[in-house]
Design a protein around this ligand. Structure first.
Ligand code: EPZ
Length: 418
């Protein structure tokens, strides 16, 4: 395991370019199983989660080749098994996104029930109810999900909660079903929209993209295509907060400002200067932020994946902020570690009260999950003195070479073996 050594206090300056979105790349890799012929994904982010999902589809018989500059070529004509390999499938929840494509292609699917993770139990009931609505028989047998559907038939699917994964899984199953499926209360996240655009590029017929009602007209076949995945709004938001928390001046490039409206609004409310261009956002900040109240919500609300990061920023605000986490039931794992750095945050259920302090102090902290790790990097960049972050593998799941990209903007950060 690696650790990061960060000496805080340097304002970040310069430009940084955002990678392709992890949370669009993962479902799109799964969706490539729907296609006849090769799919080529350009510039995929070099992340552990991408490698893991690739090993899941390889275990099903797909051929995956990694090109020179992050290009991924996926050939899924000869998927021979309907059963996902246990080990990689259990590693990350996103592996469950192969269920929809397998049902659509083979009429059968079997994989280990995805475990919960640090941030919550993360059930899959909405996925299963969606598959059943399309005519699949789904059973939970000894910790495995087994689904059979000789024929998938389009239907109306209402999601009790606009679940990103359930919307994606049902959309992929519906793409090759007989007839039309209407998903109501669908997730509107940009990554869900990107998956729909990818399926349409393969010959799918999805309308209502980016809205709460998706209409998927089943087609007979889908063909592999070349595709460039949308940029990562959460990585962009994390880099924006890095600029703000260090009192720097950074331009984040290859970003769609429209996908970050809630984050931009809250940073501006906290007193951060933000200039938006067509595909870039410039962030500058001097002095401590003003306190703001935040409630995480499904898109277009404030993203839960940015909650730990903004909490690090508000730890140094000139006053008290309140953060309510409505999406996951246990996403305050970063709070005890931030408090060890001198923050004054108290939590009660899904509510965190953050009393701003003058400054944070570098110390040793443990990373428990991906975005908690991002939060601790941000806090360490602003803290007085040196911090050691243990458990960097969690951060590597979602951020490419985070230390070299921050160092390019002036951060005093290096990676060492733990
Ligand atoms: C996706 O997870 C993202 N992951 C998460 O990003 C993100 O936090 C989340 O969406 C919300 O935006 C990927 O896209 C790979 P959900 P997903 O289904 O699809 C409940 C990161 O840091 N729910 O929208 O698993 C669930 O318990 C990760 O990059 C059910 O109750 O999220 C949660 O409370 C973390 N039943 C809420 O919905 C279900 O069947 C949101 O989950 C499914 C979900």
């Amino acid at each position: 395991m690696d650790k990061l050594i960060i000496r805080g206090g340097t304002p970040l300056r310069g430009d940084v370019t955002v990678n392709a979105a992890k949370n669009a790349t993962l479902p799109i890799i799964a969706a490539s199983l729907l296609a006849e012929g090769p799919t080529v994904l350009a510039d995929t982010p070099k992340l552990q989660d991408v490698t893991t999902v690739c090993s899941v589809i390889e275990g099903l018989g797909a051929e995956v080749t990694h090109g020179p500059n992050g290009d991924l070529t996926i050939e899924a004509d000869r998927i021979r098994s309907h059963e996902a390999p246990f080990q990689p499938a259990r590693q990350i929840r996103a592996s469950f996104l192969v269920m929809g494509p397998l049902l659509a292609r083979l009429g059968r699917a079997k994989m280990a029930l995805p475990g919960g993770c640090a941030i919550g139990t993360r059930p899959i009931d909405l996925h299963i109810r969606g598959f059943a609505a399309l005519g699949a028989q789904v059973a939970l047998v000894h910790g495995y999900v087994e689904a059979r559907a000789p024929r998938l038939v389009g239907n109306r699917v209402y999601l009790d909660y606009p679940s990103v994964g359930a919307t994606e899984n049902v959309m992929m199953a519906a793409a090759l079903a007989d007839g039309t499926t209407i998903i109501e209360n669908a997730a509107e996240e940009p990554e869900v929209a990107d998956l729909a655009h990818f399926i349409n590029a393969m010959g799918g017929k999805i309308t209502g993209i980016g809205t709460r009602v998706l209409v998927i007209q089943g087609v007979k076949r889908l063909k592999g295509v070349s595709y460039r995945v949308v940029s990562d709004r959460i990585e962009a938001g994390t880099l924006m907060v890095a600029a703000a928390i260090t009192g720097g001046d950074v331009t984040v490039r290859k970003v769609k400002p429209a996908y970050l409206k809630a984050v931009v609004a809250k940073l501006r409310e906290a007193g951060v200067q933000i200039e938006e261009g067509r595909d870039r956002i410039r962030v500058s900040c001097n002095g401590r932020p003003r306190p703001v109240n935040i409630k995480t919500l499904p898109y277009p609300g404030f993203p839960t994946d940015m909650q730990p990061q903004i909490m690090a920023f508000l730890s140094c605000a000139q006053g008290t902020s309140v953060v309510i986490e409505t999406v996951f039931e246990n996403r305050f794992m970063h709070v005890p570690e931030l408090n060890r750095m001198g923050a004054q945050i108290s939590t009660q259920g899904s509510v965190a009260v953050i009393r701003g302090v003058e400054k944070l102090w570098g110390t040793s902290v443990r990373v428990t999950d991906l975005r908690a790790g991002a939060s601790l990097i941000l806090a360490a960049l602003a803290a007085e003195g040196t911090s050691e972050l243990y458990g960097v593998k969690h951060i590597d799941r979602g951020y490419v070479n985070i230390e070299s990209r921050l160092a390019e903007m002036g951060a005093d950060i290096r990676r060492e073996a733990e």
